[in-house]
Design a protein around this ligand. Sequence first.
Ligand code: FAD
Ligand code: SF4
Length: 476
Amino acid sequence: MHMKEKAVKAKESEAAERGTNFNEVVLGYDETEALKEAGRCLQCKNPVCISGCPVGIDIKKFIDEIDHRDYKGAYSTIREKNDFPSICGRVCPAEYQCRKKCVLTKKGSPFASPEAINIHFLERFIGDHGMKNKLAPALEKNKTLSRFKVAVVGSGPAGLACAGVLARAGIKVTVFEGLHKSGGVLRYGIPPFRLPRDVLDFEIDYLKKMDVEFIPNFIIGKTKTLDALLSDGYAAIFLGLGAGIPSFLGIKGENLCNVYSANEFLTRINLMSAYKFPETHTPVNIGQHVIVIGRGNTAMDAARAAIRLQRMSGLPPDTTILYRRTELEMPARRLEIEHAREEGINFKFLTKPEEFIGDSIGFVKRIRCLACELGEPDSSGRRRPVEIKGSDLELPCDIAIIAVGLTANKILTKVTPQLKTDKYGDVIVNPDTMETSVKGVYAGGDIVGGEGTVIEAMGMAKKASNAIIDFLKTKK
Ligand code: FAD
Ligand code: SF4
């Protein structure tokens, strides 16, 4: 193989066509493409890619198995560490993780080089093969543990991953979810054009087949307290509460009509299917000039959803992302930035919103901004944006979407003082076992350590579920 050869690109739907619907954009590899990409892997003596995977998948081994057309073997190699390869193969920020570590990435590059092996597309290929061919591992009939029941609070990737490990060990699992559907951010945050709902539903149905019980519309801390749950005979509890509370800018005019948090905007679209309105009953406002303020995947998802809705409503597409630093500092996945651009989204960098300006009846109409330049690096290591005095500019805006971060969901922790939290409201755990300050109660995902990634949430949940199994084994 020539070292400079670029990775095999996965097929994608055409930008012009995809801008008018919520169908999946990346179509993945077929067998020929997967074999070609697997054949590019150098099978390094020291496979450094593995150190870039938050759950330590044996990447070298599963790629070798694909190369030898042993897809069943590749599926079980991945599933040893990751229960949801079809999900992670679609949403993992591989360019900052395994691909960035791949030896084919140029040294010092801030993210994966185009030559790095497309590990996530290979994982997706195998995950989808496993789904189609029903390769998921069977339930262990563990009689000793089957007398226990465990409660999982929250059905995001952390809760689902924990439920899967416990159910496979023979434990009776009940998942309590505050919303009316399971999946957490995978359902209400990430749009179907990145994660089709049949992929998510397949994983949830598999858990149901393993007798995991899902109880929706049930908020622990409101409908029932944590203590009451423990008194109900649950031998252990896992908290996968996520970081669902949006942060705001704290600037004038933020309470005007049509200023949305990205969470509300995306929840209306993804969970409540606003893009199918009036077939569904929840609409979302859309206007001529949409401005999204943010830098991460949430900002990309909100902008890409908004521009689709503009086109679907017959409006000329005009959606802009405002960010006070530059593209290089954006933490969003590179692929999402590329797709956003292809779909017609404008980027306005080095621009900081100062005030939302409304009309006489309280609807946002303009944003006043200041231009910025980059100064010295701050505590995050990124160069600080410095406002340029007198650089005021106004942009037309009739829908503003704020996507500047999420913090801990405190519904449960607020009413459970015995559950220790840090200054951000995140639950404090023993990092070896993920046990909280309450015996038998474990936690993982975004509620521990703040906004992270799907695979990190699943990794923490897996560690917690193994600790729960050890804990139950010590119980009479
Ligand atoms: P969540 O997914 O937030 O799930 C928590 C669940 O718990 C929710 O369903 C909530 O309703 C429920 N809940 C909370 N409190 C209670 C209670 N008291 N009682 C009952 N239920 C409760 N990561 C990636 O790796 N790749 C991406 O491309 C990516 N894109 C993203 C896009 C968006 C728009 C957002 C918001 C995040 C994205 N992330 C992405 C981050 C990733 O989704 C999160 O890190 C991950 O979902 C965290 O999983 P979790 O299970 O901890 O929490
Ligand atoms: Fe293959 Fe890259 Fe891993 Fe080497 S580092 S084994 S080339 S994926």
